[in-house]
Design a protein around this ligand. Structure first.
Ligand code: NAD
Length: 261
């Protein structure tokens, strides 16, 4: 029970990393406020947690909307009395996100609103709740593309994740003396719907796979395991990090002659 007596709010909890984290955190004793824009999906996550013997409440929210973020935090405190762990994990990768010339302003604005402003709003309303609980852990999902350029272009996504990473560092420094830790989770390429929809041809998949030393895409569950460590008191001295869980891709990245991922 690595999260006994903790309350965790997880965004993007209708699938992928968020759902696996809800299940794993609950298995380790946390009470879960599972949040997503996909109402049916997040209800299903809460039901799966309950079926496995855990406790979860589902809430629908668009993390790009301030009112929704304020309400999701209030819901966690109302349901469980406090908030200890804030996992800002919701994100999108728009299939029309491309290079700077081809990407429309709409795609740029939407991606930044959800992936970057969504994390800011989660913190804006979540930090006061963590302070009321005496401190806590914030995990912001960034990406390996915050650390490296990817040649399959996704300019808005990459910029949003770079912002998440630098925002995480500043939050960590500012709130360290308030007993709030803030870490970025930087997943490598995962076998979740988000990436598989984007790498929609075998050629695109292979182009990315060729640079992953592990030789395969990662699993959402493997990200949940890393998030569990960051959420728990085992990581009490870990803050401001770019916690990279990527099958080695950042260590192995391209020589100039290689095709980039
Ligand atoms: P996913 O698509 O399974 O999960 C993302 C969830 O976010 C979905 O349930 C979706 O409904 C939700 N969401 C989207 N917009 C939202 C909004 N406005 N408000 C609330 N919820 C919203 O994908 P995933 O791979 O589990 O992604 C989780 C996080 O991991 C994302 O931030 C993603 O950018 C990041 N990530 C993914 C990969 C990858 O390869 N899949 C790699 C690095 C980082």
């Amino acid at each position: 029970m690595r999260l006994a007596n903790k309350v965790a709010l997880i965004t993007g909890a209708a699938g992928g990393i968020g759902r696996e984290s809800a299940l794993l955190f609950a298995q380790h004793g946390a009470k879960i406020l599972a949040v997503d824009i996909n109402a049916a999906g997040v209800e299903e996550t809460a039901a799966l947690v309950a079926k496995a013997g855990g406790e979860a409440v589902a809430a629908t929210a668009d993390v790009a909307q301030a009112d929704d973020c304020q309400a999701m935090v209030a819901r966690a405190e109302e349901a469980f009395g406090k908030l200890d762990v804030l996992f800002n994990n919701a994100g999108i990768m728009d299939s029309a996100d491309a290079d700077a010339v081809a990407t429309t302003e709409d795609v740029w604005d939407r991606t930044i609103a959800i992936n970057l402003k969504g994390v800011f709003l989660g913190c804006k309303y979540g930090i006061p709740a963590l302070l009321r609980a005496g401190g806590g852990s914030i995990i912001n999902t960034a990406s390996f593309v915050a650390l490296l350029g990817a040649a399959t272009p996704q300019i808005a996504y990459t910029a949003s994740k770079g912002g998440v990473l630098s925002m995480t560092r500043e939050l960590a420094v500012v709130h360290a003396r308030q007993n709030i830790r803030v870490n970025a989770l930087c997943p490598g390429p995962l076998q979740t719907e988000l990436l598989m929809k984007f790498l929609d041809t075998e050629e695109k998949k292979q182009r990315r796979l060729v640079h992953i030393p592990a030789g395969r895409f990662g699993l959402a569950k493997e990200m949940a395991q890393a998030a569990l460590f960051l959420a728990s008191d085992e990581s009490a001295y870990v803050t401001g990090t770019e916690f990279t869980v990527d099958g080695g891709i950042t260590a192995a990245y391209v020589t100039p002659q290689d095709p980039a991922p």
